[in-house]
Ligand binder design. Sequence first.
Ligand code: N01
Length: 560
Amino acid sequence: MSDSRIDVAIVGAGFSGLYMLHKLRKMGLKATIFEAGDGVGGTWYWNRYPGARCDIESMEYSYSWSEELEQDWEWSERYSPQPEILDYANHVADRFELRDDIRFSTRVTAAHFDEEANLWHVTIDSGETVQARHVVMATGCLSSPNKPEFEGEADFEGETYLTGLWPHEGVDFSGKRVGVIGTGSSAIQSIPIIAREADALTVFQRTPNYAIPAHNHPLDPDYAATIKSEYPAIREEARDQAAGFVGSSTEHDDLAIELPKEDVRAELEKRWARGGLTFMASYPDMGISLKTNDIAAEFIRDKIRERVDDPETAELLCPRDYPAGAKRMCVDIDYYETFNKDHVSLVDINATPIERITAKGVQTSDQEYEFDAIVFATGFDAMTGTLAKIDIRGRGGAKLSEKWAAGPLTYLGLMSTDYPNLFLVTGPQSPSVISNMMVSIEQHVDWIADCIGAVGDGVIEPIQQAETEWVEHTNMIASMTVYPYAKSWYLGDNIPGKPRIFMAYLGGVPEYRKICDAVIEQGYAGFALNGVPSNAKVDPMEFMEVDERLLPLIAEREAA
Ligand code: N01
């Protein structure tokens, strides 16, 4: 039964939902956030595993929409740890008095569009239904943890943990024998910390990852003050860079493939010393040419060999089967050095696969490993997993999960045809996970707020052709890169049965922003407003600067 009516239902109280609520309130609209957790913070609320921290620098991984907030807040480290980022989210919720319009411990189970009333009926887990003119899915890109099933799990007599759903009270591994399954970012961050506590730690690795050192350090107050004094310009610079953070655009115009290898390695050495995710932005062809990419891949492998004492373990930790950066690049603090500790060991589960979980631990084809605790650092059903769990029905009762059965279909990653007034923050086919999420979140929230303001009591949705062409454009851009050469969650490879489609927009943050702005400037080109399709069209290629020098490299790669 419907008993309440609001203008906008926002799903999720992470950084997207909080800013969306603030923005809509300022417009005088009645908005409510529905949040499954009992606090704000989204990914930073759930991912409390030891060592969790951001790998975009904190001075940039923060809101830019309140000058007072950005001036007042003090970050303590270059890359802030999860508790501090969660404190920040809580501070924002308090400072802007957002909690009054957040319903905590409330999971949205369904959203059905009523074509006659042009309203959404949003159902929550108590069975209550709320009517909303608009729905904003601020549900995050990595919010559905993936827990693969292993035979015999129920028999295990010890404790089990999932990095993406970590207990709020924390876990003390002192004196325990611990097994970690997975070696992605979450594992790479948590393994060194777990190793400090545990009596024995065994890591089960299926695919080694490339990791760049964070070189994390306490934030120098003078440095922070300098950034704060130049914040508007720095924020603008970040928005104008390929992945929405300073240093993510290539600084060199030269192609690495045309340079002596020693020069390329010298440049990579500088970037290694700087640390963090700017490593891959060294040359324009790094993410295009497999030959160039292999210089970076070999460089990282050499660093792993330097950092890990035991040559056999070092070789196991070296990724070989896919290009550097094609799976999400990891940023580490002492990850490789952790394997130099006598009580830490690595098991290659390609050579000796996990057969089952037993009462005592993990049985591989080779031996049984006994544990007091097993940590599953097994990732997420990314980008679409959370949306698929909500029964979203648009025109004609069509289920979004069925429409997206062969892969997500959106226009700009913001909306999907036949789902009027349903918005996605950092949805599939937008820069999202390839970018500084804060920059992308702010851009989407601003765009959605403008759109909701323009639509008023009406309805808006993408025209089918605009959506189809955007998906084609997104796929075409991805195919120009080395990303498809790895099995990754970007492509849905980690979830059995998930269609293989690259789920983020790789055309660059600045280009993407210009496309979204042009759509608005041309009166919502590619959209139908109140059933009337716009005549205007925005061609994304007009915003792309294609570097002609890269085309033969792509052709050569594809021919190989
Ligand atoms: O997940 P992952 P994650 N048997 O999917 C393995 C963001 N993030 O939570 O590679 C055995 O990367 C799997 O093996 P394989 C960031 O965007 C950000 O670590 O599929 N192993 C892999 O090793 C990141 O990319 C931050 O062969 C299995 C691991 O589990 C994203 O979240 C911090 C398995 C999963 O790695 C996801 O990272 C943390 C099985 N059945 C995360 N199934 C920061 O910003 C899976 N694996 C700092």
